[in-house]
Design a protein around this ligand. Structure first.
Ligand SMILES: [Zn+2]
Length: 318
């Protein structure tokens, strides 16, 4: 991977992605149900991300769960996302937990149903996908490749996925048997975009689709994208996790694919039943301070384009 895809531009090229997971997704994560017309998490966070990205002149990629398009308020917000020039990517129909454990037909339905509703309601044919909770397997990549997707962005190259899974789900006191946050072996995956092997997705191979891994720290392979930075912030580490990860990244030619979630800019939420979810009840001014810190640092070094534009550049630079 060249240091910059555009040698005339002193900035490197990178991507920023937002998982638009609503409050109902967090409830589902805790094996609870939340099925209300209003989703305060979704509805408060998305306009703020849009304004912040305008401020930094960033074109991001929003990963959309198909089910949210059934709600008029959320649909309007997503139309605004499209209008402001951001990319819409597929994040499955129902954000099903334990995605890799689903039967093949159910995985196919999750991908196709979201793709169909996104096309119907937003007029966008999705070319990128991320599995819920980074729980990806070769079935998923094969389905995406068959359907002409340009990229998947589910792999997080970290050795700590199984450890994080154990810590997180034990801490949440929920059954983690059929859930993954990636697998140990994904720690061996390249940090830069690559064409994956058909069965061993953490290896380079000859699939046509491109895997855009979520950036983790070079050498240490610790995740430091916004979710982890917010979790570390709550533990009293300020922005230290991000600062360390970003400093290490800058010492290498590794590209940047940085991920946010809605709860990182939503109104503070204090619901007893999901109180163990990171970041929910941080004060809004603190959320802004942390997001501004990360975005301003990234914006100094990177020209941010959508994941699809980035994938196209990679394909054309061969
Ligand atoms: Zn998600």
């Amino acid at each position: 991977m060249p240091r910059s895809l555009n040698p005339n531009n002193s900035k490197k090229t990178g991507t920023i992605q937002v998982d638009t997971d609503g409050l109902w997704v967090i409830f589902q994560h805790f094996c609870l149900t939340y099925d209300q017309e209003k989703d305060i998490l979704y509805e408060s966070a998305i306009p703020r991300f849009l304004d912040l990205f305008d401020y930094y002149n960033i074109k991001a990629t929003f990963f959309v769960v198909g089910k949210d398009l059934l709600y008029p308020e959320r649909l309007l917000l997503l139309r605004e996302v499209v209008k402001r020039g951001h990319e819409i990517a597929n994040h499955s129909m129902t954000h099903a937990e334990g995605f890799s454990f689903l039967p093949y037909k159910k995985k196919l339905r999750e991908i196709v149903d979201a793709e169909t509703i996104i096309q119907d309601k937003l007029g966008v044919l999705t070319k990128g996908f991320r599995t819920p909770s980074n729980d990806v397997d070769s079935d998923v990549l094969n389905i995406l490749e068959d359907r002409g997707y340009a990229y998947d962005s589910s792999i997080m190259p970290t050795y700590y996925g199984p450890l994080l899974k154990r810590l997180k789900f034990s801490f949440l006191e929920i059954n983690h048997k059929n859930r993954y946050l990636g697998r140990f072996i994904y720690g061996l995956a390249p940090l830069a975009p690559y064409h994956p092997h058909k069965e061993r997705l953490w290896k380079k191979g000859c699939m046509g689709i491109i895997e855009l891994p979520i950036t983790t720290m070079p050498w240490l392979r610790l995740p430091f994208h916004a979710s982890f930075t917010f979790a570390a912030y709550q533990m009293g580490f300020g922005s230290a996790l991000f600062d360390l990860g970003y400093t290490l990244l800058k010492k290498t030619s590794c590209p940047l694919n940085f991920v946010f979630h809605t709860n990182e800019l939503s109104d503070p939420i204090s619901n007893r039943r999901i109180k163990r979810q990171y970041g929910l009840n941080i004060a809004l001014n603190k959320k802004y301070a942390l997001c501004n810190h990360m975005l301003s640092v990234i914006n100094k070094d990177y020209k941010i384009i959508t994941s699809l534009e980035y994938t196209n550049l990679l394909q054309n630079s061969k």
